[in-house]
Structure formats: structure tokens, C-alpha cells
Design a protein around this ligand. Structure first.
Ligand code: LMR
Length: 399
């Protein structure tokens, strides 16, 4: 008997597994709306001009690739500290920023760091990014949920408030900074104030996941929830990812930030994060971090990045509108006995939560080659002029 004979087949990943199935599909009209990857109007994943410019310079003057420090490239972590928290906080000595393997790496380091400091419980929004539960379960948490999306459309804010009020002291609460994944419903300013107050009063531990900075309103505006937590003076953790907003998905470049009470606490926190990183991945890779540091460290390139990000954001908004109109044109209206889907235009970020059932999503895949998650999430950022009518026709057919 092989020692491996008892190994069971794991289920396919609910998001990345769809890409595998999509690649194997021979339907020439297939459309991948599964994974959250931005595509331009030609259906291509773009290399941003600001990134191209930096890589051209790098190509002319290649640098040695020694190991980075355990906590990452200093110019990168410094630039991220300023980008997310502003120059004052970055210089305060209270903010710890460590480089991680994109947002997922940051979440895993945060999970392992927080487990012994918490009561062992962690709450996610219902629903949340499919991988959140798996990552925090691996860290050892008992993972629960707070209500987030209403049964019809929009937020169940009353449910959220009730569930946060009921959470026990020392529970970690994971919140999405902006562009909530998968629903696309974000909290208003006033709702954030209420959440921050509840987390503070309940002595809960906030962990704000920010995978889509710049895709809701802009990079400065999208950090507002993090800043509201920082303003309480209590510790807050947040993650950062440059996968989507700089198109650096495969470079795995991100950060974990911890706002501490004072510099002494920050030094101790940093020392523990370094132990975790060293035992997980030793240190982070060089290239992506060097690119981000070069873009954020140069006024002109940073301005170019902000413009390119705005263009991606605007294209997604246009596609949302086009999707709503296309669905109406394809007959998806209440007048036709179907559900109006104009709520799609109110959602923010890369995703739309369509309300389609698992059965309908499977039909969409099998009959039309249109791939979204079984939970009904589609990536609006992968729609374009060439595929949108086909997608509307497909949705109209299955609902
Ligand atoms: C997504 O939600 O599709 C993205 O965050 C990609 C991923 O890793 O799941």
C-alpha cells in the first residue's frame, strides 16, 4: 500500500478551477467571467503603460536579484505605507508594512498572526470571497459569518449590525475596504461609521481586506474605511494587493499593514510578522515589488497609473450599464415575468452578483460556454463589445 493511497481527491477551486474548465472548453464563443481579472476592450489582459515604462528601464539596467529582507523591499513598503495611510502615518513609527505574496499571502500572514491574539473566532461577510473561509480555516480559526447581502438586492445592513453586536469580544472581523467581492455592494460613509463604532465598542479585531484599491472611486477615496478604523486609535490590520490595480496578478505583490498603538508595539509586531513570513516563504519576490516601488516613487509614473486605473474603472462602469441595457433588450424584465437586473449598475468593482442560481450558472456554462461562479458571480471587467450581446442572450436564456 502506498503511503499516498489514502489521499482523497480535493474539490476543484471554486474560482481558479473555473479557468481550468474554461481552458478545456472547445466552444469558440466561450467567455470567462469566472476569475476577477480585468480585460481591455479587445479581451486582453493589459500591461499598464506605467509598468511597461519601468520594465523598459529595468531591461536597460538589470539589477542583481539577491534575497529581499524578510519584511520586503524597503522602497516598496515605504511607498505602500504612504499610498494607503498617507505620509504622516507612514512616518509615525506606529505603522508596520510588510511585503507579502499579494493579498492572499497578506491574509494568511494576518490569520496566523491574529489567531493567538484573538478568541479563535473570525467572522466573514455572508457571502465573501470564496477563498477567505479556506485561508482562515487553515490558520486555525473557527470561521463564522455576519449577514451582508439582503435576500433580494442590496445590503442587509440591519442584519450586519445585529451580528456584529452579537460577536464576542476578541473576534476577528474581516471587512472589504471597497468593491465587495462577490456582491459589489459597498457600505456608505455613515454605514462605515456605524461598523467602526460597533467593532470598537465590541472590542472586536478589524481586518480590512483591500484587493481592489482604485476600482470603486479612486486610490485615495477607497482607503476611507481603513482611515476610519485608524482614527479610533485602536489597532487595525489591512491588506493591500497590486494584482488588479496595477495588472500584476502573477507577480504576487501585496502587503500586510498593522497600525499599532505606539512604536514599541510596532517593533514587536514587526518581529512576529517576520517570523511568520520566514517560516512560510522565507522572503518575498523582487520583481513586482520593484515595479510598484518605481511607479509609486515617481510623480509622473504615479499620475499615469492613476489615469490608467481610472480608465479601467470607467470601462467597467460602462460595461455594467451596457449589461443592464443588453439584458433589457434580451427580454430580462419584470414585465416579461423575469427579474429586473438594473441593480447591476449600482454595484461597484469588478464583480456583479447576478442572483442566478447554481443550476442556472451550470446551464450558462454547459450550454453557452459562459463561465461565472456557481454562486452567481460574474466578472463584469471581462465584458467587452464583442462578447456582451452573447452574454446577455445566454443569461436571458437560462433565467
Ligand atoms: C477572484 O475573486 O476572482 C480573484 O480574487 C482571484 C482569486 O484569486 O480568486
Amino acid at each position: 500500500m502506498s503511503v499516498l493511497s489514502a489521499v482523497e481527491m480535493a474539490p476543484r477551486d471554486p474560482i481558479l478551477g473555473l479557468t481550468e474548465a474554461f481552458q478545456a472548453d472547445t466552444n469558440p464563443k466561450k467567455v470567462n467571467l469566472g476569475v476577477g481579472v480585468y480585460q481591455d476592450e479587445t479581451g486582453k489582459l493589459p500591461v499598464l503603460q506605467c509598468v511597461r515604462a519601468v520594465e523598459q528601464q529595468m531591461g536597460q539596467d538589470p539589477k542583481p536579484r539577491g534575497y529581499l529582507p524578510i519584511d520586503g523591499l524597503k522602497t516598496f513598503t515605504g511607498a505602500v505605507a504612504e499610498l494607503v495611510h498617507g505620509p504622516e502615518a507612514a512616518a509615525s513609527g506606529k505603522l508596520v508594512t510588510v511585503q507579502t505574496l499579494s493579498g492572499t499571502g497578506a491574509l494568511r500572514v494576518a490569520g496566523d498572526f491574529l489567531l493567538p491574539l484573538s478568541n479563535g473566532k473570525l467572522l466573514l461577510s455572508d457571502p465573501s470571497w470564496e477563498n477567505h473561509r479556506a485561508v482562515f480555516t487553515r490558520s486555525g480559526f473557527e470561521v463564522g459569518e455576519y449577514r451582508y447581502k439582503a435576500a433580494d438586492d442590496g445590503l442587509d445592513f440591519d442584519g450586519l449590525v445585529e451580528d456584529l453586536k452579537a460577536a464576542q469580544k476578541g473576534t476577528v472581523v474581516v471587512l472589504h475596504a471597497c468593491c465587495h467581492n462577490p456582491t459589489g455592494y459597498d457600505l456608505s460613509d455613515e454605514q462605515w461609521d456605524t461598523v467602526v463604532q460597533l467593532v470598537t465598542d465590541g472590542e472586536l479585531i478589524p481586518l480590512v481586506d483591500m484587493a481592489y484599491q482604485g476600482f470603486a472611486e479612486g486610490p485615495e477615496q477607497d482607503v476611507k474605511a481603513i482611515k476610519k478604523f485608524v482614527a479610533t486609535g485602536r489597532p487595525v490590520l489591512n491588506t493591500v494587493s497590486f494584482a488588479k490595480n496595477m495588472g500584476l496578478y502573477g507577480e504576487r505583490v501585496g502587503a500586510l499593514q498593522v497600525t499599532c498603538t505606539d512604536a514599541d508595539e510596532a517593533a514587536r509586531v514587526l518581529s512576529q510578522l517576520k517570523v511568520l513570513i520566514r517560516t512560510m516563504v522565507s522572503s518575498s519576490p523582487t520583481h513586482g515589488a520593484a515595479v510598484v516601488a518605481a511607479v509609486l516613487g515617481d510623480g509622473q509614473l504615479k499620475a499615469q497609473w492613476i489615469d490608467e486605473l481610472a480608465a479601467m474603472r470607467d470601462r467597467i462602469k460602462q460595461m455594467r450599464r451596457r449589461l443592464v441595457d443588453g439584458l433589457v433588450a434580451a427580454g430580462v424584465t419584470a414585465a416579461n415575468g423575469k427579474k429586473d437586473m438594473d441593480f447591476i449598475a449600482e454595484q461597484a468593482g469588478m464583480f456583479s452578483y447576478t442572483g442566478l442560481t447554481q443550476e442556472q450558472m451550470v446551464q450558462l456554462r454547459e450550454k453557452w460556454g459562459v463561465y461565472g461562479t456557481d454562486k452567481g458571480r460574474i466578472c463584469v471587467a471581462a465584458l467587452n463589445d464583442s462578447n456582451i450581446d452573447y452574454v446577455c442572450e445566454a443569461i436571458a436564456d437560462v433565467i
